[in-house]
Design a protein around this ligand. Structure first.
Ligand SMILES: C[S@@+](CC[C@H](N)C(=O)[O-])C[C@H]1O[C@@H](n2cnc3c(N)ncnc32)[C@H](O)[C@@H]1O
Length: 230
């Protein structure tokens, strides 16, 4: 499949491939990829033309894993156009399996470094963004690989409309401190927290993700952070 082989060079440090896909999943990937993937083959991406409906808003998920959260949000918000970024092919395949099972069609995905696509998006384009349980990159020399970086926060500040929400979740305490610091450094965001319950309890409209549940299984609690673009 040409599109699948044509992965652009980027700043991806995690896995791109995992276990071989099951036959049915591989067939679904073949079928959905040309219809629903976003390609950077052309200089510009026509975001308005991506969806069959005329989305009232665009929401972005960076690093959707196997797509459980993205599909749940897309199902609950059919008039929104969802854009998900995930370089891991087994993750994209997981997303497609969930989309197929749930009959969801308002998601388009980009199978590479989110930043490559974000750099093509117009200013004030996104009404809500999610970065859920990003890889913590525990070693100090790897901190520069973290998705929540000053550069990416600046790009999100450009993309998010005034009043738009950025949700970030993590179960990693050091990364949580890092995220709070990076977000504090950027003057364009307000942290929404009136008390501990605001970020210790996952809001009802924030479906659980695979990584969050894995952390819970081993007794690690997570932080659910919400920032509003000023
Ligand atoms: C720890 S997993 C969490 C997955 C999912 N959000 C969850 O909570 O279950 C982090 C994901 O981010 C993806 N990722 C890492 N760097 C990325 C990047 N630059 N752009 C898009 N996704 C990225 C990884 O491939 C991985 O699937």
């Amino acid at each position: 499949m040409k599109d699948l082989e044509n992965i652009q060079g980027s700043r991806i440090y995690g896995r791109r491939h995992g276990k071989p896909l099951k036959k049915a999943s591989a067939a679904r990937l073949e079928e959905y990829f040309p219809k629903y993937s976003i390609s950077l083959d052309n200089a510009d991406v026509d975001f308005a033309a991506l969806f069959d409906h005329n989305p009232k808003e665009y929401w972005l998920e960076i690093g959707f894993g196997k797509g459980e959260h993205l599909v749940a949000q897309a199902k609950a918000n059919p008039d929104v156009g969802f854009i998900g970024c995930e370089p891991f092919i087994n993750g994209v395949s997981g997303l497609i399996d969930h989309m197929d099972r749930e009959g969801v069609t308002n998601i388009r995905f980009f199978m590479d470094d989110a930043r490559l696509l974000m750099d093509k998006m117009p200013d004030n384009f996104i009404s809500r963004a999610f970065i859920l349980f990003p890889d913590p990159w525990r070693k100090k020399r790897h901190y520069k690989r973290r998705v929540v970086s000053p550069g990416n926060v600046a790009v999100l500040s450009r993309l998010l409309k005034s009043g738009a929400e950025l949700r970030i979740g993590t179960d990693h305490h050091d990364y949580c401190r890092w995220i709070l610091a990076r977000m504090l450094e950027n003057p364009d965001f307000n942290w929404q927290s009136n008390g501990p319950e605001d970020w210790h309890i996952r809001p009802d409209d924030w479906p659980a993700t695979r990584y969050e549940l894995k952390a819970l299984e081993v007794g690690r609690l997570s932080a659910y952070m919400s920032y509003i673009r000023k």
